[in-house]
Design a protein around this ligand. Sequence first.
Ligand code: F6P
Length: 528
Amino acid sequence: MPQSPAWNALLAHVNAHQGVTMGDFFTADSERFTRFSTAVPGMLLDYSKNQITEQTLGLLGDLARERDVEGQRDAMFAGAVINRTEDRAVLHTALRGGPTADFRANGAPVSGDVAGVLSRMQTFTEAVHAGEVCGTTGKPFRDVVAVGIGGSHLGPEMAVLALKNPATDALNVHFVSNVDGHDVLQVLVGLNPETTLVLVASKTFTTQETMTNAATVRSWITDILGADAVAQHFVALSSNGPAVTAFGIDQDRMFPFWDWVGGRYSLWSAIGLPIALAAGWPQFDALLTGARDMDNHFKSAPMAKNLPILLALTGIWNINFLGHTCLAVLPYDQRLKRLPAFLQQLDMESNGKSVRQDGTPLDVATGPVVFGEPGTNGQHAFYQLLHQGPQKVPADFIAVANPGHGLKEHHDQLLANCLAQSQALMQGRTLEQAKGNPHRVFSGNRPSNTLVLDKLDAHTLGQLIALYEHKVFVQGAIWGINSFDQWGVELGKEMAGSLLQALSQTTDPDGVDGSTEGLLNTLNTWRE
Ligand code: F6P
């Protein structure tokens, strides 16, 4: 790739740019914000605080054309088998295609099946809310325990928290993900099995953590209500019918999805049932509509106005040409407190790859290290490094114009902090301004994007998530990698299998290194 004309042109361009700062760009161009921001209804992206010019964007656009990003995008929407290492289409967009959609996975129609499952999810959600679907003792469900991990957890949890409204939410939805017994025990304490509905969310229905937690919750239910209670108190969200049956959940309590839905792209599928149960069906529907609107924007907007493409291209510029290989996600809205964790999986599991689709090695950096916290909390934790660390960490700020509360003073402070941080990162403070004190110098010229949402609701949340899904897609397309497999999670899982035996049966482990053996012996000696 570095040999490609567009890549080489960008390498030459970055060298020509040395010494020019973003501050210089703003001084020279009073229209820079207008030139380097773009909006769709309800959402604006300001990317003017990146070290880019019109020429940079033009060259990045050349790179996207050279990599045929638009062709690769169209192939994804058309249901081509673009996840080649797993021989699958990639069609999470079909899940939110709406009533008139006609998506095809490798030629086979899928929209009818999608509509059928959505309709069953709606009926079930409304019946639970009405108390028509209830527990074995006839009491309505008050709590939902959603058991799942990774893509079967992070998206639903993030969305449930983002849309939470204690005044109107019909049910309390809790999540159990970690195999650490503290997780499940902390959730179950205080809950009543009689009024608790359990969702087991797992595409494969074989994930060790989820199946262990599900079995523990099943015992918690059946110890009090008897073995027959599984039928009324358990629901499965999965692609693996036989495993669901073997667990003891009837097929009519199983909401399926398909192999063309990747785990981290699955919150729009049956995996989203916790969102519908918490916030209500109209909210889940609005979430799908918001994502669909972003899909349509991604498909039709020209590159220079296309939010996912612009977000992706500024990221490529920062990672590959400026050498900034991290990304801080900084939502200035407490309701988005799990967005960084969700985007961490979305981006790092998708694009943390070192070989291209064809297996040849890549010699450039790929997906960034993603982390973050809501503002203003993060300011009092890791922003020190963002401002004065020797490495530059690009940041995505997310601000919401109209909060979901009436505490104006709080919101004014929140927004002022959000604006101040990106301004400080860019402007910095010189030694002279710091009155000669080197400890108070800020080098500045640190890039960031700012997304402004009119308000945070189900529709804008859907837009926001789909925006990042497509950003990750575009970057993967430019690097030529498969963003939709995750072989990197396999090796550790395999090794955990043999170490589990060594721990639980204190057998001699096979083929472990000296450090692991020493740690194993210590744990086995210290465990009571
Ligand atoms: O650990 C990787 C992973 O396969 C993720 O990609 C996935 O979201 C998660 O595990 C959970 O998988 P499942 O839904 O099959 O339980």
